[in-house]
Ligand binder design. Structure first.
Ligand SMILES: [Zn+2]
Ligand SMILES: [Zn+2]
Length: 140
């Protein structure tokens, strides 16, 4: 999906942020259903030379403001995706092992009834791995 600049700017502004060049460039990279990239992948896709510190700070700001979701795949891989209509990121994500898509799955609940007595829940980072609908259809 090609990002239209006015949509990108409107999206950034809906979080109360101004659309600076780097912000617009990052959101454009992540635009599209299921697209999730690591910081390195975003860096490679940005046009021209990008200051790594600025990129890091912008991703942190976006995560704090709920513009993007930061998803921990494993200890070496953290991916960022647009939050879209899900402003909070404390839900499960589905990771397709075939096409690498990441999708927000707030409908999947972590069963907190299994916690031992006296334990209190704070947050859960659940990544469900599997094959998405598109890739399953291709296999048939
Ligand atoms: Zn897939
Ligand atoms: Zn999400």
């Amino acid at each position: 999906m090609v990002a239209f600049m006015e949509d990108v700017v409107a999206y950034i502004k809906s979080f109360g942020l101004s659309g600076t060049l780097i912000r617009k460039q990052i959101i454009s990279c992540l635009w599209g259903d299921g697209i999730a990239l690591t910081q390195k992948e975003i860096e490679e896709r940005l046009p021209g030379e990008t200051d790594r510190v600025t990129l890091y700070r912008t991703l942190r700001l976006f995560t704090e403001k709920g513009v993007i979701h930061k998803i921990v795949i494993d200890e070496d891989t953290r991916k960022y995706k647009l939050a879209g209509s899900f402003r909070k990121s404390d839900h499960a994500h589905f990771h397709c092992i075939k096409c690498n898509k990441l999708l927000c799955m707030p409908q999947l609940n972590v069963d907190l009834n299994g916690l031992p007595a006296g334990f209190r829940y704070q947050s859960a980072k659940l990544v469900v791995e599997g094959i998405c609908d598109f890739c399953s259809q291709k296999q048939m």
